[in-house]
Ligand binder design. Structure first.
Ligand SMILES: [Zn+2]
Length: 314
């Protein structure tokens, strides 16, 4: 059975007011949370070749390198920390950007895209979900708040792969042939990334176009799903809180998710896998799934204690 290792990478922190994420909320509550990045290492069973994925790059280490349009939003997310960034975090275990084959983004909000330009080796491919490129180039626009600022030059397009649309089948486009969406447990669409059942890209719609999760098999009896911004607070998973909506100063209804009903359906699937585990083809028992979302401060605290940050326990 093919498995991978997964380590967290420090990628900065930001401070988020509870009222934008959960309902009911304490109007004054704020919390400084991580924006987690992960290193996934895969060894090919036949060739022995190691491939490495970095999933999300967190906060940009120099905030002045964000577009000026984000300035007032960033001020509202202070305190922010940006060190170590994923490059410095990789170096703690002797890896550099040249060792990374894929940089994959859960989605292209500023607090997840970090500094893609650091990954300048020609072999490194960027992977984004379907619809992410149209956000970056401005074709798709959502007027939903000051954090919705995207950069057309964020990624080198010649090294970027946009995954095929999850709801279109039988396409003959090259990315469709290489990456086919199939059902996996409660998830209607997942891609078996290495074709050996060790890493699945899971379509995770609702937060932003192209939002994806990464489900990794760590052992015969353990999966972990990196859920990005599908969930911002553990109480949304337990059902103790609902997704927040609010009215801004111009009277507009706002939510951090672009499609609330779809985000809720997606959350229900994530809740189901954390509760019941996941059925994998050909296996009789469901395997347990651990869920970590990008801003999961409790997971981070526990991971620090348990040596789950790269390079792990000495
Ligand atoms: Zn985020």
């Amino acid at each position: 059975m093919a498995t991978v290792t997964a380590h967290a990478l420090g990628a900065g922190h930001l401070t988020i007011p509870e009222r934008f994420f959960v309902n009911p909320a304490d109007p004054d509550a704020k919390r400084t949370v991580p924006s987690l990045s992960f290193l996934i290492q895969h060894k090919d069973a036949v060739s022995g070749e190691v491939s490495r994925i970095v999933f999300d790059l967190g906060m940009r280490r120099d905030l002045s390198l964000y577009p000026p349009a984000l300035e007032s939003h960033l001020a509202s997310r202070q305190p922010i920390s940006t060190e170590p960034d994923p490059v410095a975090s990789l170096a703690k275990g002797g890896l550099s950007v040249d060792d990374i084959d894929y940089v994959m983004f859960s989605h292209v909000h500023y607090d997840h895209v970090g500094m893609p330009r650091d990954f300048d080796n020609e072999k490194t491919k960027f992977i984004v979900g379907h619809g992410a490129l149209d956000l970056l180039n401005g074709t798709t626009k959502h007027d939903l708040g000051k954090h919705m600022v995207f950069e057309s030059d964020l990624l080198p397009l010649e090294r970027t792969i946009e995954l095929p649309a999850p709801d279109v089948s039988n396409s003959s486009s090259p990315s469709h042939t290489q990456f086919a969406w199939k059902r996996l447990g409660p998830f209607p669409q997942a891609i078996d990334f290495f074709n050996d059942g060790s890493v699945y890209v899971v379509n995770s719609p609702g937060h932003l176009p192209g939002h994806i999760n990464l489900l990794c098999r760590l052992s015969s009896r353990k999966f972990i799903i990196m859920a990005g911004d599908a969930c911002h607070d553990v109480r949304l998973l337990t059902g103790e809180r609902d997704i927040a909506t609010w009215t801004d100063e111009t009277g507009k209804n706002c939510c951090i998710h672009v499609d609330i009903p779809t985000a809720k359906e997606n959350l229900a699937r994530l809740r189901a896998v954390t509760k019941d585990g996941i059925e994998v083809d050909g296996e009789t028992e469901r395997a347990p799934v651990e869920l970590v979302f990008a801003h999961d401060f409790a997971w981070e605290e526990d991971a620090v204690k348990k040596g789950r940050f790269w390079p792990g326990k000495i």
